[in-house]
Design a protein around this ligand. Structure first.
Ligand code: AMP
Ligand code: MG
Length: 179
């Protein structure tokens, strides 16, 4: 309910803790940038609970996306695809593409499924600081910005997701990560 109504929620994934907001709500997403002190040109990854939900917020779902999602989702792989109009520009740093992933953490999956909206979430640290793998590591201003912090102990991965751009041929790894 908090996510749906535009508030921020810290939640665990298999990589690190994320600071999440309803990805369809530009005002909510702006709160993420404000809380992190993140440059607004640095796009966010949108988290979904399955490939069907991903398909609904892109304008193209190529065969490669289908195969990669079938093979690696849920998991630490973010796929960059052309965004649909449902995703506000603030999520994507003003660009025409959106990074999507389905996290392999049962708490994250349940939260996103219950919220019933895609969840934009960068790591839950102030910009330029180390990503938190435990709620004990959360900065005070991040905790203040969040309506809720969902504590599931240690995030097992500790390293961010791999980002793969599928809008180029051949696809290009933009960020090596946990995968
Ligand atoms: P963070 O959320 O802090 O783990 O950072 C997200 C990473 O994904 C950054 O390296 C972004 O540059 C990258 N990213 C997110 N969305 C896109 C996109 N649409 N195109 C290219 N890279 C992206
Ligand atoms: Mg980060």
């Amino acid at each position: 309910e908090a996510l749906r109504s535009g508030r921020l929620v810290v939640f665990p994934t298999e990589t690190v803790y994320g600071l999440g907001a309803n990805a369809l709500d530009a005002t909510a997403v702006m709160g993420i940038y404000a809380a992190k002190g993140r440059p607004v040109r640095n796009p966010l990854i949108v988290h979904v609970h399955n490939a069907d939900a991903a398909r609904q917020i892109v304008t193209m779902w190529p065969a490669a996306a289908e195969r990669l999602a079938k093979t690696f989702w849920p998991g630490p792989l973010s796929l960059v695809l052309p965004k649909s109009d449902a995703i506000p520009d603030v999520v994507t740093g003003g660009g025409p593409t959106v990074a999507l992933r389905c996290p392999a953490h049962r708490v994250a999956l349940k939260l996103i499924e219950m919220a019933d909206v895609p969840v934009a979430a960068p790591s839950a640290n102030p910009s330029g600081y180390v990503s938190p793998t435990r709620v004990e590591h959360l900065a005070e201003n991040i905790k203040r910005a969040a309506a809720y912090v969902v504590d599931a102990g240690l995030c097992p991965g500790g390293i961010e997701s791999t980002v793969l751009d599928l809008t180029e041929d051949p696809p290009r790894v933009l960020r090596p990560g946990l995968l």
